[in-house]
Design a protein around this ligand. Structure first.
Ligand code: 8YV
Length: 324
């Protein structure tokens, strides 16, 4: 029996599955009333499971018995990878199970932003639809346009399939190497970042947040985008310099932005992005369907149980080799 600390709520049944074999403490440190309990449990904790909370090297210093972190997420930017490697702590995550759902969300933002869905819905809901809509409310076509996908992992490839096979779009993508995606032969082309930015009507980020991608979307890269382009962020808020994005939107250089992620999150009430007329905002809902979040939690629990039982988990994240 191991000491397990659950730091994000688990759907019914999954907590009981952990409690059947381990000594489980539930404390979500993002909730002020539970933060002290989270910190108090760390010294004896052997396993962590949860998401959406930064586990720092300083926190790891408080958890000398920690063997494994099972993240209910595919992204691992909330974890100090080098510190985990140095301490021999296993990190598990949940790739694959959220790919299609997150790609659906991203393409929802592509369509909603290009076709100005929020503005049109507000017209109806606020009782302002009193005549046929005019050019001032027209959107822009998505079908058969060119989309650039920054980052071509599972989610980027799933977005490409939706774009090319569903909407007849030309796909440009950036990646460390060319990738053949089923059904996309000849419809998707690997290009450099400048070529992607200059060549697309719609630029989509599915990039992980790393030191190399932090603030990648900034004044300089936004200036490389086509005038009238759209930018969609379905990965991490830290990839965008939000002040630069606002400048590009206010100048009209960008026709619109669809944003599922921000920095920080939740998006502060004071942020101009919250109400900007050219922005379609979502609350980090990429994987937020009943089916997918259940599948993610089930995978994370299975990963944790496997590691604690001395078995190989389905999805251990490949940590960098410990530095000498
Ligand atoms: C997570 C995410 O589902 O998987 C990720 O990396 O960003 C989200 O889709 C979220 O952190 C809740 O677990």
């Amino acid at each position: 029996m191991s000491q397990v600390l659950v730091f994000r709520e688990l759907q019914g049944g999954l907590l009981a599955k952990l409690q059947a074999v381990h000594d489980v403490t539930m404390a979500n440190p993002r909730k002020s009333e539970q933060h002290a309990a989270f910190m108090a449990a760390l010294p004896t904790t052997e396993a962590l499971i949860g998401s959406s909370f930064p586990i720092t090297g300083e926190l790891l210093d408080q958890a000398p018995r920690l063997k494994v972190i099972s993240s209910i997420s595919v992204g691992v930017d909330n974890y100090p990878l080098a510190s985990l490697a140095a301490r021999g702590i296993t990190l598990c995550h949940t790739p694959g199970v959220l790919t299609e759902t997150t790609a659906d969300t991203i393409f929802t933002l592509v369509l909603a932003t290009s076709r100005r869905v929020l503005e049109l819905a507000s017209l109806v809901r606020e009782g302002r639809w009193t005549k046929n809509i005019g050019e001032d409310l027209f959107g822009w076509d998505v079908h058969h346009k060119t989309i650039a996908i920054l980052g071509f992992g599972r989610i980027g490839q799933a977005v490409a399939q939706r774009a090319a096979l569903g909407f007849g779009m030309q796909v440009l993508y950036t990646n460390t190497s060319p990738i053949e995606v089923p059904g996309l032969q000849g419809r998707a082309r690997q290009v450099s970042l400048p070529e992607a930015l200059a060549g697309a009507d719609i630029v989509v980020s599915t990039l992980p947040l790393t030191s190399a991608t932090h603030r990648l979307i900034n004044d300089a890269t936004l200036a490389q985008m086509r005038a009238g382009a759209f930018f969609i962020n379905g990965s991490r808020g830290g990839i965008v310099d939000e002040a630069a994005l606002l400048r590009a939107l206010d100048s009209g250089r960008l026709r619109g932005a669809g944003l599922d992620v921000f920095e920080p999150e939740p998006l502060p009430f004071s942020s101009p992005l919250r109400t900007h007329p050219r922005v379609t905002p979502l609350p980090h809902a990429g994987s937020a369907t009943h089916e997918t979040r259940r599948a993610m939690a089930e995978m994370a629990v299975a990963n944790l149980l496997a590691v604690l039982a001395g078995r190989t988990p389905a999805a251990a994240y490949p940590l960098p080799a410990p530095q000498p």
